[in-house]
Design a protein around this ligand. Structure first.
Ligand code: ASP
Ligand code: MG
Length: 431
């Protein structure tokens, strides 16, 4: 069965349209969608013959009218806007599901377009609704199993859902992958595939390391660590329903469908020294806070983190000693205010223009000497903090931004290019 996203750019256009309507400019809002709706029409014409094309065009006209009606309702109280916006943006996935179902039918594949709002049940937080599991599982099975039994391919829109009483909600931007994981979990799928435009996850950023290779297999924990670095890995929350049920998630490339991609599953390949990837992120600021008041005292870290809490600043990496704490921030916008508040707790120093480098692999748990190898490789580069996460599948450190390319290239050469992958691992065995 197939879960689709909206066409590229459609959801953004729908959000912009909702914003224009909320500003009171309904005419501009309507006009802003014309190109998008015409694009659907153009794609339908290029993919479909007469009867199928006409059916989809009817659907498109109905959507156009319904959207016009919805936009008028933005004149109401602004408390109603989030609900109206969800209703409006749902047309992206609804139209793309209808278009794909029509295309499959035209290719003589027995199919059925299913309204995802009959499957995914959520609470009522518009824009970022949380699925209600037993209801979702029950509804999804009730809607889809009869179709599967009748050998019809269900096609449904991701991202969109509904409350128990039928009000349209959405799961948050990029939520189609989440829908796929929910549906896969509800049906007990053998595998969930995410089709994107890269051949799975690579051992490093190919813009920095041209020789970066595809990683055949990752554990959920490894994928979760890499997600922060924007490697094309799924957000851990997104695949949680799959993780909980041990359903493998495969990342596939629609531009290279024959590539096996990367499979993310409970068990990963582990061999001594296994390093799967070297990820990095620039634009990081490091803060060091030193205070002898920390020594043997409690409550100090709470006071410290409350400062970040007040400024809603996300802290990514933390290390502490008896008298100091070092941490990283990605978003330095509130930095001056944060620093001035921290000064009441201790001496503060700031290192801007830093980069995080993260070596990821289940093998780090069990391999002695790997840290020595990593740091030997970058021995002439100053390291400002080091951390090994609780999951113990990562070794993270921070260096000067200007030297990060070199560091990642050298690490890649040392950890991947000199040591061939053991033959049994390439075929999925574990040491
Ligand atoms: N169309 C939605 C978005 O753009 C959901 C998705 O693409 O996953 O956020
Ligand atoms: Mg998408």
């Amino acid at each position: 069965m197939i879960v689709v996203s909206a066409l590229a750019g459609m959801t953004d256009a729908l959000f912009a349209c909702a914003a224009a309507a909320a500003d009171g400019d309904v005419a501009r809002a309507r006009r802003s969608l014309d190109d998008q709706l015409d694009r659907h029409d153009g794609i339908a014409r290029s993919l479909l013959q007469r009867p199928g094309a006409a059916l989809f065009q009817d659907e498109l006209e109905r959507a156009r009218n319904a959207i016009a009606g919805l936009l008028e309702r933005f004149g109401s109280r602004s408390e109603e806007h989030p609900a109206l916006r969800d209703e409006l943006v749902s047309y992206g996935e609804r139209l793309s599901a209808a278009l794909l179902a029509a295309t499959l039918a035209a290719a003589d594949l027995p199919t059925r377009c299913v309204d995802a709002r009959r499957c995914i049940v959520t609470e009522a937080t518009h824009g970022a609704a949380t699925p209600l599991w037993p209801d979702t599982e029950h509804q999804t099975r009730a809607e889809l199993i009869p179709l599967l039994d009748a050998a019809r391919v269900p096609v449904l829109g991701g991202y969109i859902a509904a409350t128990r009483d039928g009000r349209t909600t959405t799961l948050g931007r990029g939520g189609s992958d989440y829908t796929a994981a929910l549906v896969g979990a509800a049906l007990g799928a053998r595998e969930i595939q995410i089709w994107t435009d890269v051949s799975g996850v690579l051992t490093a950023d190919p813009r920095v390391v041209p020789g970066a290779r595809r990683i055949p297999r990752l554990s959920y924990a490894e994928a979760a660590e890499l997600a922060y670095f924007g490697a094309k890995v799924l957000h851990p929350n997104t695949i949680q329903p799959a993780t909980d049920r041990h359903i493998p998630v495969r990342i596939c490339n629609s531009q290279a469908p024959e590539s096996p991609g990367t499979i993310v599953a409970t068990e990963a390949d582990v061999w001594p020294g296994t390093v799967k990837a070297i990820a990095h992120k620039t634009g990081i600021t490091v803060l060091h806070i030193a205070s002898s008041r920390m020594l043997g005292a409690y409550g100090f870290l709470r006071a410290l983190f409350e400062v970040f809490d007040r400024h809603r600043a996300v802290v990514d990496v933390v290390t502490t000693s008896e008298v100091s704490v070092s941490l990283t921030l990605e978003d330095a916008r509130s930095l001056p205010a944060i620093v001035s508040e921290l000064r009441s707790l201790g001496e503060v120093s700031v290192e801007p223009h830093r980069a995080i480098v993260c070596v990821v692999g289940e093998g780090l748990r069990t391999t002695p000497g790997i840290a020595a190898r990593v740091f030997a490789t970058v021995r002439d580069i100053n390291v400002s903090l080091i951390s090994q996460g609780a999951s113990r599948v990562n070794l993270t450190f921070v260096i000067e931004e200007g030297r990060v390319r070199e560091a990642v290239q050298r690490l890649h050469a040392a950890l991947f290019e000199r040591e061939p992958v053991p033959a049994d691992v390439a075929t999925g065995g574990a040491a």
